[in-house]
Ligand binder design. Structure first.
Ligand SMILES: C[S@@+](CC[C@H](N)C(=O)[O-])C[C@H]1O[C@@H](n2cnc3c(N)ncnc32)[C@H](O)[C@@H]1O
Length: 263
């Protein structure tokens, strides 16, 4: 299958998943977002008031709304037209001035060059086969000195086949997790993923080693300023044993990069 055909099938899958996804993230039941990724991402972005922000791969617009509520001037794009329809419905109900577009982040020609102070790709690049093209497009629309922040599932601990080796089958107790089984970190490859049990479609996730992201950033003129491996509030692990695993391995990593050049 060509890269374009794979991208089309990814778009169709996300169209079919959009309503279920919106229900999941709007009811706050996506604990990784609420307790792990949101606080870390907001801390990296700092004060966004008055800043021009691109949310690339915005889904149904949840995080775009969080940024707009903090005073950012947000443009948000997604490959899935159903995701954007859901985002626009929410914008009509509670206007925040977010400008939504259906767009593939491998081609952001609808946006002017050097337009944004910040670009964000919140768990989107793992969905994109041609991630170098996407990063190059993002580099074009971020102003020199601007910021590009993206989160991905951590390739060292979430590659295909990675899982806890359990002392007791199917146990969720942390004491029953012996170690994390990881192997074949280096080969880039794709895996079909069902986002939740009985989801109506599978998306494809692209595994690649961390250095590939670093090289693509370098080649597009970004300098990595920081890497964040977010963990939840330790109090959660005191309340619920399940969370202890988040202090043993990192499930996500967030890149904080700056576009080289003078403003
Ligand atoms: C895991 S969801 C994350 C959505 C949102 N950022 C969030 O965290 O709630 C991945 C999103 O990336 C979008 N996506 C995948 N490939 C894309 C591409 N090439 N261009 C734009 N969006 C894409 C999907 O349609 C989907 O909405």
């Amino acid at each position: 299958m060509t890269a374009q055909r794979r991208n089309d099938s990814q778009r169709d899958a996300w169209d079919r998943l959009a309503d279920g996804w919106a229900e999941l993230v709007r009811t706050g039941t996506d604990h990784n977002r609420v307790h792990v990724l949101d606080p870390a991402t907001l801390a990296i972005l700092g004060d966004v008031a008055g800043k021009r922000v691109l949310d690339a791969g915005c889904g149904e617009g949840r995080f775009a709304r969080m940024l707009a509520q903090r005073g950012a001037r947000v443009t948000a794009v997604d490959l899935s037209s159903r995701m954007i329809e859901l985002a626009r419905q929410e914008e009509q109900k509670n206007p925040l001035g977010i400008d939504y577009h259906v767009a593939d982040i491998r081609d952001l020609s609808l946006l002017p060059a050097a337009e944004f102070d910040i670009a964000l790709a919140y768990v989107c690049l793992v969905d994109v086969e041609e991630y170098e093209a996407a990063i190059a497009q993002i580099a074009r629309v971020v102003r020199p000195g601007g910021q590009f922040v993206f989160s991905i599932t951590h390739p060292c601990f979430t590659m295909p086949g990675a899982e806890w080796e359990l002392r007791v089958p199917d146990s969720f107790r942390d004491a029953d997790r012996l170690y994390r089984k990881v192997d074949n970190y280096f080969p880039a490859r794709e895996t079909p993923l069902r986002m939740w049990p009985r989801a109506p479609a599978e998306v494809v996730n692209y595994h690649r080693p961390l250095s590939e992201y670093a090289h693509a950033l370098r080649d597009s003129g970004f300098l990595i300023r920081d890497l964040v491996e977010p963990t939840p509030d330790p109090k959660l692990a005191e309340q619920l044993d399940f969370w202890r695993g988040y202090f043993r391995i990192a499930l996500f990593i967030i890149f904080d990069a700056v576009k080289a050049g003078q403003q």
